[in-house]
Write a protein that binds this ligand. Structure first.
Ligand SMILES: CC(=O)N[C@H]1[C@@H](OP(=O)(O)OP(=O)(O)OC[C@H]2O[C@@H](n3ccc(=O)[nH]c3=O)[C@H](O)[C@@H]2O)O[C@H](CO)[C@@H](O)[C@@H]1O
Ligand SMILES: C=C(OP(=O)(O)O)C(=O)O
Length: 418
């Protein structure tokens, strides 16, 4: 499972290069099968979720060549005949559910074990199912599998009851190959929704309006292979910005789209951190004592839930009392108990975490309970006295590429251990 040892007290300086966006990559890889042709996806993050999706596609009959060094995956789905993902592998990540939309679009049929992913509260998929059914599919859940099948997919108007990134993307995937026009209302506007739409259009799909809350998809009979580069990971970038702030550092976070990071930039500035924008990079300079801030997670362009945990770690050392409100996932505060082991003063009340800043954190043995909880504990470890031992490193490897190499290059003292 692995551990990360983090020796606190070192100031991060220098430049870190941000990889491709996990949450876009994990949708684009399954989406590639829609073409029934050869797609080349580059700027992929070297993370476990990408390895697993490549493996699933290979196992079911696509030919996948993953060149990790060049961050590029060639997916030839010409000979693929079915879309199936067994429990043992589908449970390892959330994004296995995109094989449903992609499989429905390509074969009018898909069978995928119920997905896994971070345990951060209940994660229903009713809106995905509602969308598939509106397109004419029959969806059954039995023995832990979701099976979707349609004689024909017909475009439809679908109003999402909740703003869901996964449902928006999954419906887009299936609707690309439906007959006629699909309109998704109350769609998610996150940058990865736009990235997936751009990839689909590069394959010959006709998707318009991604990035707004109404997406229109005109179904097409045929799609073709394409070469596509994934956008930078706003969550990885935000995490390194917070790490720079946590260590009184001076870090250039390179290869980012600054617009995607505006909610983080605004909060860091409110806390007394300088953030300078230069084209595709952000420089974070932390010279002053951290001031408290209140955080409320919201759908894009609000503060992203995936950065709530890293940000609450930072707030443990800010002057004053900060309130963190988690509106997306009711169970996304498991990291708070671990932070308390390190001397943080915080309490969770339902959807709120009340964090009273302390002068100092002390190292401890702690456990990552999910991906971003892991990032939060690294941040706490960087700020603490002594060496923090973070177990369950496999969660962090799901979504942060080369975490120890990147941190070492910035001057942190970290070590991977068994
Ligand atoms: C692989 C991936 O991209 N994961 C991201 C994706 O997850 P994911 O796509 O699973 O998250 P959603 O946007 O779907 O979930 C948002 C909210 O809607 C609810 N919901 C969702 C679907 C549904 O059918 N019914 C329903 O009620 C969820 O419980 C949650 O409260 O977006 C989340 C919110 O930005 C991020 O935290 C995850 O990192
Ligand atoms: C919750 C996350 O991922 P997933 O949806 O893949 O579990 C995340 O990236 O923070």
């Amino acid at each position: 499972m692995g551990k990360l040892l983090v020796e606190g007290g070192y100031r991060l300086t220098g430049k870190v290069n941000i990889g491709g966006f996990k949450n876009a990559a994990v949708a684009i890889i399954p989406a590639a099968i829609l073409a029934g042709d050869v797609c080349i996806v580059d700027n992929l993050p070297t993370i476990e979720d990408v390895n697993i999706l490549g493996q699933i596609l290979n196992d079911i009959g696509a030919s996948v060549a993953y060149d990790k060094e060049n961050k590029e995956m060639k997916i030839d789905s010409t000979k693929l005949e079915e879309c199936y993902a067994p429990y043992e592998i589908a449970k390892k990540l959330r994004a296995s559910y995109y094989l449903l939309g992609a499989g429905l679009g390509r074969f009018k049929k898909a069978k995928v074990a119920l997905p896994g992913g971070c345990e951060i509260g209940s994660r229903p998929i009713d809106q995905h199912i509602k969308g598939f059914e509106a397109l004419g599919a029959t969806v059954n859940i039995s023995h832990g599998f979701i099976e979707a099948e349609a004689e024909e997919l017909i475009g439809a108007e679908i109003y999402l009851d909740v703003v869901s990134v996964g449902a928006t993307i999954n419906i887009m995937l299936a609707a690309c190959r439906a007959k006629g026009k699909t309109i998704i209302e109350n769609a998610a506007k996150e940058p990865h929704v736009v990235d997936v739409a751009n990839f689909l259009n590069s394959m010959g799909a006709d998707v318009r309006g991604a990035g707004t809350d109404i997406i229109k998809i005109n179904g097409v009979d045929k799609m073709k292979g394409s070469t596509y580069s994934v956008i930078p990971d706003q969550i990885e970038a935000g995490t390194y910005m917070i790490m720079a702030a946590a260590t009184g550092g001076d870090v250039i976070v390179d290869n980012v789209i600054p617009k995607h990071l505006e909610p983080v930039t605004a909060k860091l500035k409110e806390m007394g951190i300088q953030v300078h924008e230069y084209g595709e990079s952000l420089r974070v300079v932390a010279e002053n004592k951290l001031k408290k801030a209140n955080i409320k997670t919201l759908v894009y362009p609000g503060f992203p839930t995936d950065l709530q945990q890293p940000m609450s770690a930072l707030l443990t050392k800010a002057t004053g009392t900060s309130i963190v409100t988690e509106t997306i996932y009711e169970g996304r505060f498991k990291h708070i108990d671990e932070l308390k082991r390190m001397g943080a003063k915080a309490k969770v009340e339902g959807r709120l975490a009340v964090i009273q800043g302390v002068e100092k954190l002390s190292s401890a043995k702690v456990m990552a309970t999910d991906l971003r909880a892991g990032a939060a504990l690294i941040i706490a470890g960087l700020m603490a006295d002594g060496t923090t031992e973070i177990s369950n490193l496999h969660y962090i490897d799901r979504g942060y590429e080369c975490i120890e190499e990147k941190l070492l290059s910035l001057g942190a003292k970290v070590k991977r251990a068994i």
